[in-house]
Design a protein around this ligand. Structure first.
Ligand code: E4P
Length: 228
């Protein structure tokens, strides 16, 4: 399962990209607005693109097909390999169909059930984003919804890549990988938290302490030898 960062924060993206584990980045209007309500979206997206290259989803804000296609054209004029993120609406599916005819990658977002996922895949979506955290928020079992979708994908050998989105904790990442999601898009805080373990930190401290002890012993032996 590939790891994407779900962020529009340059510092976070720069740092996570430097770890060498990122395969892409997803953004959305809320993430962009959270950084700076007056953000210049084009400039911010181009900055992110410079850091992570092609696998970058940029979301449209129109809710009609024509508007979505117009926005998609604009985003592609910023960088041609953009993935156009389209909300799961009938008008969005129509836009996905048009974009897929031109081989433009699309990521259908805000998917909460298997039929939405199937519909997006049938429209020609490259990626379908299944939101886990928001399902949990309304008392649903997000992982079993994701498993239903991945089972259908396996049975029918579907092409679209499943993105586990709205990830809220490290367990979501493990559950997404076990369920067979192709990608998990993860907020910076959750990714960073997932990479840490107190036993790793304690182990490093112990290794360094033992190494220092060994160096001190060697120094002592060398001093003793020169004294003879
Ligand atoms: C996915 O592409 C979305 O940007 C994201 O995962 C939404 O997550 P949230 O529910 O934490 O806002």
């Amino acid at each position: 399962m590939q790891l994407y960062l779900d962020s529009a924060n340059i510092g976070q993206i720069k740092e996570a990209a430097s770890w060498g584990i990122l395969s892409g980045v997803t953004t959305n209007p809320s993430l962009l607005a959270k950084e700076d309500p007056n953000v210049d979206v084009k400039q911010r997206i181009l900055e992110i693109h410079k850091l992570v290259g092609g696998h970058l989803s940029v979301e449209v804000i129109s809710t009609d097909t024509t508007g979505m296609l117009r926005e998609a054209d604009e985003i592609i004029s910023w960088f041609p390999e953009a993935t156009i993120k389209i909300p799961m609406l009938p008008q969005g599916l129509a836009a996905v169909k048009e974009l897929s005819k031109k081989n433009i990658p699309t990521n259908v977002t805000l998917i909460f059930n298997p039929i939405q996922a199937l519909a997006a895949a049938n429209a020609g979506a490259t990626y379908v984003s299944v939101f886990l955290g928001r399902l949990d928020d309304i008392g649903m079992n997000s992982v079993s919804v994701l498993e239903e979708i991945t089972n259908i994908w396996f049975v029918h050998n579907m092409d679209a890549q499943i993105i586990a989105a709205s990830i809220r904790n490290p367990l979501h990442i493990i559950q997404s990988a076990k369920a067979g999601a192709h990608i998990a898009t993860i907020p910076y805080s959750v990714l960073k938290q997932s990479l840490n373990h107190p036993l790793t930190d304690a182990g490093i401290q112990q290794f360094l302490k033992d190494y220092d002890k060994m160096q001190t012993e060697i120094q002592k032996i060398m001093v003793d030898d020169t004294d003879k």
